[in-house]
Design a protein around this ligand. Sequence first.
Ligand SMILES: [Zn+2]
Length: 220
Amino acid sequence: MSLLTNATHRVLDFLWPPICIGCGRVGTQLCRICGNHLTFWDNSRTGLESLQLSPSLRRVYSAVEYIDDAQKIVKAVKFSGYWTYTTLMAQLIVLQCGHRLRQEKIDVLVPVPIHPRRRRERGFNQTEKLAHELGKLLNIPVDTKSLYRAVYRKKQSQQNQTSRQSLHHDFAVRGTQLINKNICLVDDVFTTGATLSACTRALAQTPHKSIIAVVFAKPR
Ligand SMILES: [Zn+2]
């Protein structure tokens, strides 16, 4: 949960007004001109194009293609800690796939978890913040406790191919909160699908109605 109240956010907005991620223009997180340069994802395509995906993962929705300013947004949040841009990410998800997500009758949003040690290193989990922003806009509860990351790994860039392939032992589910639910995983970027697949495998161990995922950006 955010430690900042809405009033505090308003004061911070006054002191540090939002800046366009694309061009630096003051007053908005994404100006109209830079927004026009985003390439929105065509969600009418079926989305199971990666052979690495778990068969239990029925659909993957995405807001935009992972190029240009979409990459800037993701990197600013993940590596520079500008997590207020998760608000923009959630707004773009709702703009592009809100209608389809509402039709899915999702019971709960589950952000892809990071290991507690990684969380201490980074100070936050950006997918958790993204899920909370999305949950507010779609009026869907967020569960950050049931699915957890049991294995700590080095940063992805330091991993070799073997450890990337063995991700599916990394996640586990605790408790009964997710039983018989329509679950929607939330992640910032879909890359190979290995992480979402590993999460799905863990979630599929408990009885559920359906598992889908939504990401902010996905490579073409
Ligand atoms: Zn701009």
